[in-house]
Design a protein around this ligand. Structure first.
Ligand code: ZN
Ligand code: ZN
Length: 339
């Protein structure tokens, strides 16, 4: 194995070890068996539908648990609820897309317009190092479908939902574009998607290695899985394939769930699992409060703002969160007091 590849494998291992066991890693990423010359699947001319993932009837293998099973949509839902599953192999880990005739092997991003329910659709692109962002990620203000924000003491950062980039900012540079932002749980975002985004970005930015002098160009497709008219996706299918080498070649289903939280995918509404002791509502005393929330309009105010709800209002709530934390949780600063 070349030194560069060895270094890549070590890096990927370290990244994923943060979240999982070592054998789990091997179930998801093809590190480039040199005999494996599949780069991109050719489209099937007789059956043009073959490129579209059948998300109502996916064949899923749960690699992380060593369980091999053909699953349907209901099984995915029960797997989410019952197990600590943050990725599931999709379609035997084989991406089923191909280079489009329209865009060829040139860099592009293709986003779907929101549907009549305000939901995101398939996001896809071909990414290279040249187009990776050299700027910081900005604030996000989009409220994607299914955004019913609540906080839970056991969820990291406490907010259940993040605005999740379907195509990751790190390699796409996409900021506050509503066509690329979906409501995703903290675990979906950080344990499900982020490890794959890190792998993709590191690979795209790698200067040499298994592709020789050619820059790596990675085709990525993210397909949100909205069941019927649900506003919150049950998960996404993420597929990636490097056109230059065999080191990146995977297809996974990432379930949109959070341990300890029951989620109604029709609306995005959520509550603590009934087998957990009820959480005591923590009242923040005034001298520890940072801002006043309007829990109806999702706006936050300075403690002295005349537009803030009165203490006897049912929309009034004191918080000790910082400005950044509130914005991350989907609260907007008041236009009058400009906190
Ligand atoms: Zn590559
Ligand atoms: Zn205000």
């Amino acid at each position: 194995m070349r030194r560069r590849s060895a270094r890549l494998v070590l890096l990927l291992t370290l990244v994923l070890l943060l979240f999982s066991g070592c054998d789990m890693l091997l179930n998801y990423i093809d590190f480039g068996d040199m005999d494996d010359d599949v780069v991109v699947e050719e489209p099937d001319e007789d059956n043009p539908e073959v490129d579209d993932p059948d998300i109502d009837n996916p064949e899923i293998v749960i690699g992380s648990k060593g369980i091999e099973a053909i699953m349907n949509h209901e099984d995915i839902i029960s797997a989410e609820m019952g197990e600590d599953v943050f990725f599931i192999e999709y379609n035997d880990n084989i991406p089923s897309f191909s280079v489009s005739d329209e865009n060829g092997e040139e860099y592009y991003i293709s986003l779907s317009e929101l549907d009549e329910l305000g939901r995101v659709g398939v996001a896809m692109g071909l990414f290279d190092a040249e187009h990776c962002p050299d700027y910081e990620r900005g604030d996000l203000s989009t409220k994607p479908s299914g955004w019913v924000q609540n906080d839970y003491s056991w969820v990291e950062s406490r907010w259940l939902y993040n605005r999740s980039h379907m195509l990751g900012f790190q390699y796409s540079g996409l900021q506050d574009d509503g066509r690329n932002l979906m409501t995703g749980t903290r675990s979906f975002n950080v344990k499900g998607m982020l490890p794959f985004e890190n792998i993709l970005t590191d690979h795209i930015k790698e200067e040499d290695g298994s592709a020789g002098d050619d820059p790596h160009k990675v085709l990525v497709r993210v397909t949100p899985d909205f069941y019927e008219d649900n506003l919150l996706a049950h998960g996404i299918i993420m597929e990636a394939d490097c056109l230059e080498c065999d080191d990146i070649d995977f297809a996974v289903y990432i379930p949109n769930w959070e341990p300890g939280v029951t989620i109604d995918y029709r609306s995005g509404d959520n509550w603590a699992n009934s087998d957990l002791p009820p959480e005591e509502e923590v009242e923040i005393p005034l001298d520890e409060a940072t801002y006043i929330l309007n829990t109806n309009s999702d706006v936050f105010h300075t403690l002295s703002c005349s537009r803030a709800p009165e203490p006897d209002s049912e929309n009034y709530k004191l918080t000790d969160k910082s400005r950044d934390e509130l914005i991350e949780g989907g609260y907007d600063p008041c236009g009058i007091c400009k906190p």
